[in-house]
Ligand binder design. Sequence first.
Ligand SMILES: Cc1ncc(COP(=O)(O)O)c(C=O)c1O
Length: 387
Amino acid sequence: MVFGISRIDPISELECQLASYVETEYAICTSMGRTALLVLLKSIGISTGDEVIVPAYICEVVPNAVLKAGATPIFVDINSENYRISISQLTSLISKNTKAIIISHTFGYPEDINSIKSILDKIDKKIYLIEDAAHALGALYKGKKVGGFGDAAIISFTKNMANFGGGAITTNDLKIEANARKIINGSRSLATKYALFFGMLSFFDRYRVNSIVNNSLMKLLEHLPKVIGTAAESYSEELKIPEQKQMSWVQAYIALIQLKEIDYSNERRDRNRRILDGMLAENSKILALNYDYNNIKCASTWYVIRLKSSVDMTKILDNCRKHKMYFSAFWDTIPIQQRKYNNLKNIYALSNAVNATKSTIVFKMGVKLSRRSIQSICDIIREVVIE
Ligand SMILES: Cc1ncc(COP(=O)(O)O)c(C=O)c1O
């Protein structure tokens, strides 16, 4: 009996509990969310010549997984008012080569799943619908947990859970489950070393003291693979997707404990989000995200500040750090893809995603915040971000 968990294999226990939580038939654990995505793409047979539609405003590891599977990511723009994908553009991007669409419950806010499904229902060939629920474990769309709507979904244990890496695939499809297990079991098993490496990486990333100390530590950690073995070696490769696909027992134990708390922490984060939304509502320089909150329940993993105009991100982020507020700018995906591949198809049609990278600041929402601390966060936002 360890941490109150009676099964010998914590990974199988986690898979049972996660499947029952998300209400899918199967859950398959992996080393990270990004490896879950790569394994999933391979499990549904994505390969060279296939196109996979990916939101243009998303973490670069998502299109990277598509590239690593051998396929081409086709970016679809977002709506500026809520960062969900543009349904009209999505329709125009579907081609004879489209094999899958990845939708993302970005920052913990569920996508408009029904609208996307109704587009797919009109197409007379199979296009896989993959939910990227990395940010949103426990969030609800029309009363049902995200992660159970598409053909399969991926989850990360480092977004609204605090863990040393860890991810999972959820699905009701037995074939996807069997293929995924084959791929994961066939991969190298260096899970514990990998977890150690990634744990240190995310620890320093999360609790960064200042940019100089942080950068030096990150540089040091990038050299650690040579010291602790090949487990983490592939992490520093360009696509940032490790070869290590298996989850470690340490990750599983931590996830099992945190899964028990996830509803409580989502509830608290969303309550804090609502309070902060109210405090910032009157601000002339911030635009509220536009959702029909009657249809969704958010995990509110990140708080999103959508500014009315582009700003000098570096300056704002430095100012925030001085106040010990760790904001970040999400995401540089399009410039990164352009730099790397120089052949991005519909770049000119991605203006909302490009604007979002220049005018959006986010921070991880705390769970245990008093009204007073939310007020001080609001004061810092007013002082540093807006004025
Ligand atoms: C939207 C999204 N999907 C997937 C991932 C990958 O998750 P992980 O960090 O567990 O590999 C990330 C990581 O930042 C992400 O932001």
